[in-house]
Structures are given as structure tokens and as C-alpha cells.
Design a protein around this ligand. Structure first.
Ligand code: SF4
Length: 205
């Protein structure tokens, strides 16, 4: 998933930043010319606050350095201005979604649901370039934890297999993960995809 962050978030952001600085690739950005980016990492996630990897971008984390706000402080503030339902930031087809997020897409956004279904089908056998260079997937890729196509995945209830896995991994796996997905949101410089995906079904290669 860090690949998705690199390809689909960081690369386009760098391209835009270079344009804004009037030094599009491949021209060199002069020393001392940079943009400041504000990244919304809260105090409970301070370990995810990272510097950008190029000198023409400097990351700033105002929730940590200026406001000392935790996730709860952010939720309190959003609630106070009528935005209590603000979802976690993430890509549409993130495999870290819990069942609640998949249901929300299916039930409220049919076009996006069709889109993620197509995406899931397209990545099933791996990426075309990787296949062409012989780096084929050893197994198939799926977005839902149950490793079946999204339109067949048990997103309306927790399955017996999921419960069995929970019993075995008690303490290591939070029941809320299955329903709500991972707690962390995702941002270009704090990709939750750097966390290992747990293999509740014992299917990992
Ligand atoms: S939300 Fe983060 S972890 Fe999920 S697909 Fe997007 S970049 Fe990857």
C-alpha cells in the first residue's frame, strides 16, 4: 500500500508543487525555494509525522506543534461545527477499510462501488507491468479481508471465519477492526499501509 501512496499521492503532489514553484521537472529547484505543507497528524499519532523527502517541500504538523490536539480534540471540534460524520481520510479502494466503510460506499455511492469492484477485478492477478517483468503475484489480490471479490464479500455481518480468527488472536486483533477498519486515517506522509496487514484467515503466502 505504500506503493499506492507513492504512485497516486506523493508523485502528483510533487509534480503540482514543482509547477507552483515554477520549476517543473526536470528543472532543478534552487536552494532555499520550498513550499510548506500542513499535514494533519494528531498528537496520538506523532510517530507518523514525517519530513518530506525533498528539500523543496517542508512538512509542518500544526495539530502537534501549534495546537496539541489529539484525535478526540479533533472529533470534538468537528462535532461542534456540525461535521461529526467526517470520515477518516483514505483512498476509495483501501484494503484497510472495515465492513462499515464498504457498506457506506455500496449503499450511498453506487458509482464508486462499481468503480472499486472494477479496480478489485483489475488487480486480481497483479499489476500488468509486474506480470510482464515476471514479478507475478503468487496468489490473487483482493480488497476485502475475506479474500473474495467485493460484491461477494460478507460486509453485512461478521462471518464465522472472522469470529474464529478473533478467538485465536484475542488481544492481537480488535473486533472493531472488522467493522470500522483501522483507526488511523491515511495521508501522503503518514501512510497506514506501512503497517503490516494481519492475516486473520491464515492465507498469506
Ligand atoms: S488509504 Fe493509505 S493505505 Fe489505503 S490504499 Fe490509500 S494510501 Fe494505501
Amino acid at each position: 500500500m505504500q506503493r499506492s501512496t507513492g504512485e497516486y499521492k506523493i508523485k502528483p503532489i510533487k509534480k503540482k508543487v514543482r509547477e507552483l514553484l515554477d520549476h517543473p521537472y526536470p528543472s532543478r529547484v534552487p536552494k532555499g525555494v520550498f513550499v510548506e505543507q500542513w499535514v494533519g497528524i494528531s498528537t496520538d499519532e506523532f510517530h507518523r509525522a514525517k519530513d518530506a523527502d525533498v528539500k523543496y517541500m517542508r512538512n509542518r504538523h500544526p495539530l502537534i506543534t501549534d495546537m496539541d490536539w489529539s484525535r478526540a480534540d479533533c472529533v470534538r471540534y468537528l462535532t461542534s461545527i456540525g461535521l461529526a460524520e467526517t470520515p477518516k481520510s483514505s483512498c476509495l479502494g483501501c484494503p484497510f477499510h472495515g465492513n462499515a466503510q464498504w457498506r457506506a460506499i455500496r449503499d450511498h455511492s453506487p458509482e464508486e462501488w462499481a468503480d472499486v469492484g472494477e479496480f478489485n477485478a483489475a488487480i486480481r492477478e497483479g499489476n500488468a507491468r509486474a506480470n510482464a517483468t515476471g514479478n507475478k503475484l503468487l496468489r490473487q489480490a483482493f480488497l476485502h479481508r475475506s479474500r473474495v471479490p467485493l460484491n461477494q464479500a460478507p460486509i453485512d455481518h461478521v462471518t464465522a471465519a472472522e469470529w474464529a480468527a478473533l478467538q485465536e488472536e484475542i488481544g492481537a486483533l480488535d473486533t472493531a477492526d472488522l467493522e470500522e477498519g483501522v483507526a488511523d486515517g491515511c495521508s501522503p506522509w503518514a501512510c497506514r499501509g506501512s503497517d503490516p496487514v494481519r492475516d486473520e484467515f491464515g492465507l498469506a503466502a
